[in-house]
Design a protein around this ligand. Sequence first.
Ligand SMILES: [Zn+2]
Ligand SMILES: [Zn+2]
Length: 387
Amino acid sequence: MESKAAARERFDSARDELIALSHRIHANPELGFEEEKASTWLCESLDSVGFTVEKGICDLPTAFRARAGSGPLHIAICAEYDCLPDIGHACGHNIIAASAVGAAVATAKVADDLGLTISVIGTPAEEVGNASGKILMLERGAFDGVHAAMMVHPAPFDMLRAKLIAASMFEVHCTGKEAHAAAFPELGINAADALTIAQTAIGLLRQHILSSDRIHGIITNGGAAPNVIPAHTSAKYVVRSETLDRLAELRPRVYRCFEAGGLATGATVEIIGGDKPYAEMNHDEDIAALYRKNSEDLGRPFPKMGEWESRPTGSTDMGNVSRAMPSIHPMIGINSLPAANHQPEFTAHCITPDADKALIDGAIAMAWTCIDLATHPAVRDRLIAHP
Ligand SMILES: [Zn+2]
Ligand SMILES: [Zn+2]
């Protein structure tokens, strides 16, 4: 098919630059909403090949949108580029960002011939767990007029439809009263005890939740000195369930565990966030089937899922995008086992030849899928009819 060959040829001419871009982002990890360098480099790269670039959209300095073509079918490729605290690009968002640019550049080559508009939507802060880039950008109109969205995400192995569940991150702040821990403990109100009780209550709650639910967190402040009764403590927790509806039932039960800590100790407990959760991912069947074929044509088949059919693999704000428009979020393998996402060993894998190959295959498979969406009349009509 001529368009696919042309798109591939266009990608190949940019390939070395895109691999360098992926490695540069990897070498300069930036936390969510602070991705100044990455967003600038991505915008420069798209601008230099003729995309119309708007940076700092939606009141988010590191968000952007870059557009090429002017056809009636508008497809967006989402780019993520934030890292994790302490362990850098342990989720491989450098690969996501570079493959998004590569897919868009390749598709742009044939966009007008096929009646396509192609956008890269630069979405900050995927790792924050609440009120993240895509959620705020959906609210603020960045996806308006887009008919379908896609991205690829690195993982140890390829998965077309990973089970990505709903999630909600919130902070807890406990306030008690300082006192000398040995001389006048009766004057203190122990805010660290409030968190200990909460953690005990959450441990007991685990008997009564579904096996697909997840509750996990860290203490971000446990007190200042062992000889001062802690007056200020804090924690960050994430609650996950298969769906937003199920999450809405579970989350208040976890909140009550923290309230129990306050009740028992007399500390005041404040819960912040959790108000803009990640939705579960709905993989669009038509787009996923086309992506599968393109991935297979590139010599990248999808292995049998086995236990991963039903096992949650994480959460993403792409789930919120998938509620707003037909979307896919294939996981692209970088052959990293036993290392997996969110481990420093995975960080090291995200610039290997296998990682670069994932960038290349992901970009071409997405570009070819965009071409399929534009040229398969039934799918095209369905997408355009979508509000
Ligand atoms: Zn991650
Ligand atoms: Zn990720």
